[in-house]
Structure formats: structure tokens, C-alpha cells
Design a protein around this ligand. Structure first.
Ligand code: APR
Length: 314
């Protein structure tokens, strides 16, 4: 069986860590692309030199142009400017303030990627996530089932981590889901959260649960506050979970930013919902039966996404 090929655009923290998880799980050959000369080549070389120790047989190359990416099965787009403290004002830009800068970067990247890998499935990671999905959809001209945003995989992982820590149980026994936009308005669903099937509210007091929901909403900001730049291990892990589902045609149900056409009452908008991911990309949009409160929260989230999408000017 021919090996799969994954291109990761952006060899920064998230991109390089994606490459790292991809090869350590032996999923595919990897091409790492960045605009900075030497960076993707150097990181690819370093990662390749770990192969004899880690025991994987894969090609890992770095480049500043897109020829080497030709024929990729999946392309992960992490290029962009992350949330970073402004050295002059000492302030952090909000995720949404990055929209214009990253629209330009992600637009350029997408045109190149689409040219060299016209059949690829594109997994978008660059922020502001939901808006960047619109940029990639627009600039690639790909059908929407092949343009998917990574948001819920990370947000759900953070939610599960906090719950497992609070309850003192294995992370593997926490089942839950986070919907909505990738931002402060994300919608964790405690009604659909369980510990090995036991509703979480039977095991955790409401105030503690609400504190965890709040911490999940602020999950990215908490790490930016600690390190000074945005996170990379968990974002990359969430991304690679999606990449694996696609490459192995796993039919995993992973909350992802998906282009909706009327589902959940939204039309023409990327929003985080449970998606069935397989070889064709988004193979099914799963429509959950939300109650009024949950739908109201999702509406707030959708409005926040729409506000950022409006800045794009499409
Ligand atoms: N083409 C290719 N690479 C680019 C381009 C471009 N036009 N513009 C910027 N890059 C590269 C940068 O050189 C950098 O190496 O994208 C990389 C981004 O890496 P980091 O700055 O380390 O940012 P990171 O933490 O990896 O986050 C990347 O993912 O989670 C999101 O919010 C995050 O939007 C951000 C993205």
C-alpha cells in the first residue's frame, strides 16, 4: 500500500508539532512548508534524525515552495501569526483581531496548496479559525466537505482534561463534546457529558462543572497568559486526530468546524458541530437534538463567527 502524504504549512509551534505527532504515529510522509528560509528544512531534518531512535520509516522534508507538496492527501494549514504579546503595548491581540493579517497569509497559502494538491483534504488550524475556514473554502474552490476546521477536537480535549483532573478518573473514560465557534463563545454540552456513560452531573457538583466550562472557554487564553504565545501540543494533537481519521477512513465523530447548509438553522457558515470524518473528508454532519438553552448558546457563538466572517469582505 502506498504511503499517505501530508503537507503541513507553517513550521512554527503548531505545524512542527503536527509533523511530530504524524510521524510518531506512523501516519504519513510529511512535507513541512514555511515562508522562513531554513526553518522547515531544519526542523524536517531534525525530526528525520529521530527516526532511528523512534523507529518510523517515513520521509520528512522541508521546503519554502510548494513543488514538494504535490499530490498530498491531506494538507494542514497552520501558517499565520499567533496571539503574541505586543512588545510595545504589552497587550495581547484578541483572536479576532488577527483576522485581516491571517486572511492574507492563509489566502496565499491556500492558492498554492490547491494548485499542487487539487484532490487534498484541507484541515485548517490558523486563527481566527472559523473565519480562516471561509478563506480556505473561497480561495481553494474545493467542495466544502474537503475544507474542515480544527476547533472542537482541541476544545473537547481541554474540556475532558479538566473533567478528568477534577474527578480523578482516566481521560479515556470522559465522553463529551464542545460545539460552536472556536472562541470565547464555544458551547460545551454538560447534558451530553459522561464518565463511562454515567451522566457527569451525577458525579460533579454544578458549581464545579460550571467552573470547568468557563476554564474550557478560556483554555487558549490561560496558556497564552502563562507562556506568552498560544498553545501547540494540544492543538496539534487535536489536528492529528482529524488527520488520522481521514487517512485511515475511520468514520470518527469529531467535533469540527464544518460549512453548514441549513443544519442547526445556519446557512453558509462554518461552525463547530459533530462531523463524521473519513476518507472523503466530512462525510456526514450530525445534527444533535439541542434544547433551547443550548441552541441559544450556539446562536451567540454563530453570531460571533458571523461578525468575524463579515470582516473578510467576501
Ligand atoms: N507561508 C508559510 N508559512 C508562513 C506564512 C506564509 N505565508 N506566513 C507565516 N508563516 C509561518 C511563520 O513563519 C511561522 O513559522 O507560520 C508559522 C506560524 O508558526 P508560529 O508563529 O509558531 O504560530 P503557531 O503557534 O504555530 O500557530 C499557528 O495556529 O493555533 C493557530 O492561533 C494559531 O493562527 C495560529 C496558527
Amino acid at each position: 500500500m502506498a504511503r499517505s502524504k501530508v503537507t503541513v504549512v507553517g513550521a512554527g509551534n503548531v505545524g512542527a508539532t503536527c509533523a511530530h505527532w504524524i510521524v510518531s504515529r506512523e501516519l504519513a510522509d510529511v512535507v513541512l512548508i514555511d515562508i522562513v528560509e531554513g526553518l522547515p528544512q531544519g526542523k524536517a531534518l531534525d525530526l528525520a534524525q529521530s527516526a532511528p531512535v523512534m523507529g518510523f520509516d517515513l520521509n520528512i522534508v522541508g521546503a519554502n515552495n510548494y513543488e514538494a507538496t504535490a499530490g498530498s492527501d491531506v494538507v494542514v494549514i497552520t501558517a499565520g501569526v499567533p496571539r503574541k504579546k505586543d512588545p510595545v503595548t504589552g497587550k495581547f491581540p484578541s483572536r479576532d483581531e488577527l483576522v485581516k493579517t491571517n486572511q492574507k497569509i492563509v489566502g496565499e497559502v491556500t492558492r498554492q496548496v490547491a494548485k499542487y494538491s487539487p484532490n487534498a483534504i484541507l484541515v485548517v488550524v490558523s486563527n481566527p479559525l472559523d473565519a480562516m475556514c471561509h478563506v480556505v473554502l473561497q480561495e481553494s474552490g474545493f467542495p466544502s466537505e474537503r475544507v474542515i476546521g480544527q476547533a472542537g477536537a482541541l476544545d473537547t480535549a481541554r474540556y475532558k482534561t479538566f473533567l478528568a483532573q477534577e474527578l480523578g478518573v482516566s481521560v479515556r473514560d470522559i465522553h463529551g463534546i464542545v460545539l460552536g465557534g472556536h472562541g470565547d463563545t464555544m458551547v460545551p454540552l454538560p447534558r451530553h457529558t459522561s464518565v463511562a456513560g454515567i451522566p457527569v452531573r451525577e458525579l460533579l457538583a454544578e458549581d464545579k462543572l460550571q467552573a470547568i466550562i468557563q476554564r474550557t472557554r478560556n483554555g487558549g487564553g490561560e496558556i497564552v497568559g502563562l507562556i506568552g504565545v498560544s498553545a501547540w501540543y494540544a492543538p496539534a494533537a487535536g489536528t492529528v486526530e482529524m488527520v488520522e481519521a481521514i487517512l485511515k477512513d475511520q468514520k470518527r465523530v469529531i467535533p469540527s468546524a464544518v460549512y453548514l447548509r441549513g443544519e442547526y438553522g445556519y446557512n453558509g457558515l462554518y461552525i463547530g458541530i459533530p462531523a463524521l470524518l473519513g476518507a472523503k473528508g466530512v462525510e456526514r454532519v450530525i445534527v444533535m437534538d439541542l434544547n433551547d438553552d443550548e441552541k441559544a448558546m450556539l446562536d451567540i457563538s454563530a453570531k460571533a463567527v458571523q461578525d468575524v466572517v463579515n470582516i473578510l469582505g467576501y
